[in-house]
Design a protein around this ligand. Structure first.
Ligand SMILES: NC(=O)c1ccc[n+]([C@@H]2O[C@H](COP(=O)([O-])OP(=O)(O)OC[C@H]3O[C@@H](n4cnc5c(N)ncnc54)[C@H](OP(=O)(O)O)[C@@H]3O)[C@@H](O)[C@H]2O)c1
Length: 369
């Protein structure tokens, strides 16, 4: 990760090479458990190495979808604890975006600002900590051309108080102007503002076009971040997963817990609050129960929670880095136990087969742009 600025943006600093805090390897339920830090993977064809599981920071500062439309000191403290606990557990890859928590999305405080602050405070106590930051460019219809990408990236860097980010992604395909955006990503690499570049919510066709365009500039397309969970397997069906595998692009799985629906915490009588309640309805949660019960059974055999089982299921698909959202320390700690062990192939297939009985919820329409 690039170092923090003390005041002015865009001066050049060296790179920290000391690894993050290591958690000790352990044995759980007879399964040898490796730490997240030991399990780093390369992101696509780039040189960037990240933990096998990252942490999503959408909910930090957001008041349009999460947090019951309200942000306060208690939620801020919980988000900071989620960040610190992730680092303590060896999970050092964080995903944010310029829109998360921003005024543009009616948020209380930018998630980028919070993440930058958390990193800075952590580095004051623990200067050697190594964090990988991913953020995203919002392809808004009035933003055109490669220069708009660099300009938005510089604003993100200012909020993050960093001289560069590890991964810069196009948050969704634009209605127009996509070639300019891809050139903007390549410019960002050449200017040393980012280590690797990716896209998000890209269909197979768009993915192949972006890959070819970057290849002409000698830059690998590192990742495609898409909605992927045990109960939302569109990337397996629309060619995105197989294109990622074929081209050597890492699939970053967002909403890997189906926004909490797969954790076992929600039931037909206890559905999530806020906008999630209209997606994960009592009717939907009733249909989900047999699958949740089987996930619980399988998890018990490994001494693992349903959350850890469904994240492990995604990792078992290979070439997939899930980025579950952590709102507090307990959730972050639980994520760390999702890596370092493996479901059997039979269990992976049994869960897929059971999940295929459930009609998926409606996804983010930009996937079809
Ligand atoms: N590129 C895109 O278009 C896009 C779209 C969506 C998300 N994302 C990224 O993906 C990240 C993750 O997606 P997501 O936040 O939508 O969904 P998610 O990771 O599937 O679910 C996160 C939610 O599940 C609940 N949860 C987390 N851990 C839990 C645990 N151990 N036990 C019980 N409940 C737990 C929490 O909410 P409660 O505690 O309130 O239940 C948490 O906010 C985001 O933060 C963002 O970085 C990207």
């Amino acid at each position: 990760m690039a170092l923090h600025f003390s005041s002015a943006c865009f001066s050049n600093f060296g790179r920290s090479t000391v690894p993050a805090v290591r958690a000790a390897a352990s044995d759980q339920g007879g399964v040898a458990v490796k730490t997240a830090e030991e399990e780093k993977v390369k992101l696509g064809g780039s040189e960037l190495k990240v933990t096998k599981l990252g942490i999503g920071a959408w909910s930090w500062g957001d008041t349009s979808y999460w947090n019951n439309f309200d942000w306060d000191d208690r939620k801020l403290k919980a988000a900071k604890n989620a960040f610190d606990t992730s680092i303590d557990c060896g999970l050092t890859f964080f995903d944010t975006a310029e829109v998360y928590g921003s005024r543009m999305s009616l948020g209380a405080i930018s998630s980028e600002t919070l993440l930058g602050r958390f990193i800075k405070e952590r580095k004051e106590r623990n200067p050697d900590v190594d964090v990988a930051v991913a953020t995203k460019y919002a392809a808004l219809p009035w933003r055109l051309g490669r220069k708009s990408v660099i300009s938005a990236l510089k604003d993100s860097l200012c909020r993050l108080e960093l001289s560069s980010v590890d991964l810069y992604q196009l948050h969704w395909p634009g209605i127009w102007g996509n070639e300019g955006y891809i050139d903007g990503l390549a410019d960002a690499v050449e200017q040393g503002l980012v280590k690797a570049v990716g896209v998000s919510n890209y269909s197979e066709k768009r993915l192949r076009d972006a890959y070819d365009q970057l290849k002409k500039r000698g830059i690998p397309l590192a990742s495609n971040q898409v909605n992927y969970s045990l109960i939302y397997r569109l990337p397996e069906e629309n060619g995105v997963k197989s294109a990622c595998d074929e081209l050597g692009i890492t699939l970053i799985a967002y909403s890997p817990l189906a926004q909490g629906a797969l954790t076992g915490k929600y039931t037909p009588n206890n559905t999530p609050s806020g906008p999630r309640g209209s997606i994960y309805t009592p009717k939907f949660m009733t249909k989900l129960q047999p699958l949740i019960n089987r996930i619980k059974d399988i998890g018990e055999g490994y001494g693992k929670s349903p959350t850890q089982v469904v994240l492990n299921w995604l990792i078992a698909q290979e070439n997939v880095v899930p980025i579950p959202g952590a709102r507090n320390a307990e959730q972050a700690k639980e994520f760390a136990g999702a890596v370092g062990w493996k479901l059997s192939n039979e269990e992976v297939e049994e869960l897929r087969s059971m999940a295929s009985e459930i009609k998926p919820v409606i996804g983010f329409p930009v996937e079809k742009l």
